[in-house]
Design a protein around this ligand. Structure first.
Ligand SMILES: NC(=O)c1ccc[n+]([C@@H]2O[C@H](COP(=O)([O-])OP(=O)(O)OC[C@H]3O[C@@H](n4cnc5c(N)ncnc54)[C@H](O)[C@@H]3O)[C@@H](O)[C@H]2O)c1
Length: 268
């Protein structure tokens, strides 16, 4: 039985990916900041048919010690780690760079970039020993060099994640470790992330223009998760990008926007 570990998976895309891995009979390990959220998520996962085991561990990805503990927990419990997904992420407040608190800048860079680096570092050591495994890092706005007011620090972090992932893939190929590394590009998803900054500390008010774009390009995370997990299960290529919303699909969504009746934001 294969084992997958997903960071930041008590909700949103991480939890949806966990559900799809469960349906595919993986042992699934979820991790996040708060135990009570993980317990709730595990209860939901138990309701899904799957032959694998389920477990959780609290892990703040910005803390080396907690990351190391998570890696050792999984190794002890399941012996091998087949897939590790660096999914934990926080959004930034919708402000210009010079209006942001230093603490906000630090949190976004720490979770989105440093967290991905630390997790990759500690899991790589184990995967190199087992001579196989796959690490996938979640990209985001900025990964492709796009810039926009209100997403500059997040974009800096995610551009860094993309560079880092490519560099890690190269190092793996150079060392012939047998491990593959790849990028997950989820497009825009209607999750708590789009209206919450800094791990739920600040609300983001979406403008009507932003909502319009999200209605055209956005999707619920379960749909995106099914696509990404299918890609991860079947990919054997190092430095692959599993891309839910490539440019041609985004262009098609805009071209057909007049026929698009989706409204993710209408009052229930
Ligand atoms: N929602 C989108 O439109 C979108 C678009 C592109 C990329 N992404 C990326 O997808 C990933 C998942 O986003 P989501 O939309 O599901 O967001 P979400 O806010 O619903 O989930 C993120 C999870 O990460 C956890 N987390 C935050 N800080 C953490 C830390 N220090 N350690 C461990 N866990 C931590 C949160 O508790 C939360 O459960 C993120 O990396 C995000 O940047 C999101």
């Amino acid at each position: 039985m294969k084992t997958v570990v997903i960071t930041g998976s008590a909700r949103g895309l991480g939890l949806e990916m966990a559900k799809v891995f469960r349906k595919n009979d993986f042992n699934v390990v979820i991790s996040d900041l708060r135990e009570e959220n993980l317990q709730k998520a595990i209860e939901g996962l138990k309701g899904i048919d799957g032959k694998g085991d389920l477990s959780y561990k609290v892990c703040n990805v910005t803390e080396s010690r907690e990351v190391e503990d998570l890696v050792h927990f999984v190794k002890e419990k399941y012996q091998e780690i087949d897939i590790w997904v660096n999914n934990a992420g926080v959004n930034q407040p919708d402000k210009a760079i010079w209006e942001l608190e230093d603490s906000a800048i630090e949190l976004v860079l720490n979770v989105d970039l440093k967290g991905t680096i630390l997790c990759s570092k500690y899991v790589m050591k184990e995967m190199e020993n087992q001579k196989h495994g796959a690490i996938y890092n979640v990209e985001g706005y900025g990964s492709n060099d796009a810039t926009m007011l209100g997403l500059s620090i997040y974009g800096t972090a995610k551009r860094g994640v993309t560079y880092f992932t490519e560099a890690l893939a190269k190092e793996n190929a150079t060392r012939n470790t047998g491990v593959i590394v790849g990028k997950l590009s989820p497009g825009i998803m209607i999750t708590d992330f789009i209206t919450n900054a800094l791990a739920n500390k600040e609300k983001i008010e979406l403008s009507e223009k932003t909502k319009k774009v999200y209605n055209i390009l956005g999707d619920y995370p379960d749909v995106v998760a099914a696509f990404l997990v299918n890609g991860m299960i079947h990919s054997t290529k190092n430095n692959a990008k599993i891309d839910w919303l490539p440019n041609r699909k985004a262009a098609w969504r805009f071209m057909t926007a007049a026929f698009n009746k989706r409204d993710f934001f209408k009052e229930k």
